[in-house]
Ligand binder design. Structure first.
Ligand code: IPE
Ligand code: IPE
Ligand code: MG
Length: 250
């Protein structure tokens, strides 16, 4: 495929990559187009990057698609994004099927329009037996919101079975992860943000505790497979210590 693609060490591919797909609006404005044109173009980039990630054996790819704060945008932009999502989920199913990609939703379904929830639930159900990469779509997602909802679920469980040993053991272990939207979603190894901003904007706060970061200036619609592979190649050169000391084990 390409030199970069070949240079990636298949034994050290990040298991979970999160992407903050930023810069659609600016991409469009630079071309004197409405912001929505950038979102449309951004969908094509997403498809390319999903394929690129699956091709090198990434297990989980989380795409930040719509945040709990994005409701602040104009009604026109929000409804365009919801429509795009709905259409995308339906038309992309054949692609997910071909690539054996399992789709999972991360975020609060309660705040989403019923038709979007319907498409999400359908694609989650129809792709549940696909054993390739898991594509995690963060929609109406905010890490704080997820952590707060998990805390509430934990309390409810505590009320129901305060006496049981299992709950006591879990709460003692601080096992809040069991109450997250996707309890088995592993920690993020690599977080990529396009579009030039150097912040997390409420993305995966918990899961990113030891993530490596690639903040780049490329606007999302311009982002390519080669950029993605370059980011992974750079990741593979880093030393992750997780608080320990390089090369030493207890
Ligand atoms: C990211 O692009 C996509 C979403 C948040 C849905 P933006 O729409 O934030 O693009 P910029 O940052 O305004 O250029
Ligand atoms: C983050 O981008 C959210 C998504 C990419 C879905 P934003 O454009 O919303 O982030 P801020 O407002 O620049 O922090
Ligand atoms: Mg933005």
């Amino acid at each position: 495929m390409s030199e970069l693609f070949d240079s990636i060490d298949r034994n050290k591919v990040p298991a979970h990559i999160g992407i903050i797909m930023d810069g659609n609006g600016r991409w469009a404005q630079k071309r004197n187009l409405p912001r929505t044109a950038g979102h449309k173009e951004g969908v094509n980039t997403a498809r390319e990057i999903i394929k690129a990630a699956a091709a090198i054996g990434v297990r989980y790819l989380t795409l930040y698609t719509f945040s709990t704060e994005n409701w602040k945008r104009t009604a026109e932009e929000v409804s365009f994004l919801m429509g795009l999502l709905k259409a995308h989920l339906r038309t992309e199913f054949e692609f997910y099927k071909k690539e054996r990609v399992r789709v999972l939703h991360l975020g609060d379904k309660a705040g989403l329009p019923a038709d979007v929830v319907h498409e999400l639930e359908t694609v989650e159900k129809d792709s549940r037996n696909f054993t390739g990469m898991s594509l995690v779509l963060a929609i109406n997602y905010g890490a704080r919101d997820e952590i707060l909802r998990a805390g509430k679920k934990m309390l409810e469980a505590a009320e129901k079975k305060a006496e049981t040993r299992q709950f006591q053991a879990e709460s003692a272990a601080g096992n809040i992860g069991r109450f997250f939207d996707i309890p088995f979603l592993p920690d993020a190894d690599l977080i990529i943000r396009t579009g030039g901003e150097k912040r997390l904007s409420n993305f995966l706060l918990w899961h990113a505790a030891y993530a490596e970061f690639d903040f780049n200036d490329i606007l999302w619609p311009d982002y390519t497979k080669e950029d993605f592979y370059a980011s992974i190649a750079a990741f593979q050169k880093r030393h992750r210590r997780f608080g320990g000391i390089d090369g030493e084990e207890k």
